[in-house]
Write a protein that binds this ligand. Structure first.
Ligand code: ADP
Ligand code: ZN
Length: 204
């Protein structure tokens, strides 16, 4: 069971809601691990509870429609694409209670302060993103966001090689740039044993 179900109904959260305290939730994992699905699920529940929700994604990621965040399994939620964390902050409207952010790893370091400011002004901030890049190195600003979050969820995929728990995004083709937008055409979910931390066509 995803821990958020537990948090959702906990006494602690009810108290937070009553006294208007905001907080930060971070959802991290490899590609195909269900981060976007889980983010969309939480946002839908907030909307059903009639809360005012705003959702953002970085403009760099144009795999899918610009007006939506989307999961690999086809779930979608309306979103606004912004180029920077400053632009995100400037787009926050009066009365917004929940702020969802997908692909947090593609934002600038300013997202850390923005998340703190939003939570400090009483909002629930939910950020999903890759915790590691294609070499298995921490993908900023996600590590910093994990540190300041009240609640953390780690999602896992299934290793396409052996069926074990996958914690890595294997790049199977493309450049050696840190940011290389793609889905199943360029990446696979792999476990620790099957992951090759660089592009090496002989061993992939
Ligand atoms: P993320 O945001 O972490 O990349 P998504 O929420 O977009 O993940 O997609 C998760 C979905 O991807 C799963 O529900 C499943 O349908 C699909 N999927 C494709 N490959 C895998 C895999 N190797 N392991 C688990 N799910 C996978
Ligand atoms: Zn494996």
């Amino acid at each position: 069971m995803i821990e958020e179900f537990v948090f959702d109904d906990s006494e602690e959260r009810r108290r937070n809601r009553q006294n208007g305290t905001g907080w930060i939730e971070v959802i991290v994992g490899s590609m195909f691990s269900g981060k976007s699905e889980e983010l969309i699920r939480r946002l839908n529940r907030a909307r059903i509870a009639r809360q005012k929700v705003q959702v953002f994604k970085p403009r760099i990621d144009e795999r899918y429609s610009v007006e939506h965040i989307a999961s690999h399994s086809g779930h979608r939620h309306e979103s606004v694409a912004v180029a920077t964390s400053d632009e995100l902050m400037a787009a926050i409207e009066d009365g917004t209670q929940v702020v969802g952010i997908d692909e947090g790893q593609f934002f600038d370091p300013g997202l850390v302060q923005v998340a703190n400011d939003l939570a400090g002004s009483g909002k629930r901030v939910i950020i999903a993103g890759l915790d590691q890049d294609y070499r298995g190195l921490p993908f900023e600003p996600m590590p910093q966001l994990l540190c300041i979050a009240e609640f953390i969820t780690k999602t896992h995929a299934i290793c396409v090689r052996c069926g074990n728990t996958a914690n890595y995004s294997q790049r199977t083709q493309g450049s050696e740039n840190r940011v290389e937008v793609g889905a199943a055409d360029k990446y696979e979910a792999r476990c620790r044993r099957c992951f090759v931390p660089h592009i090496d066509s002989s061993s992939i």
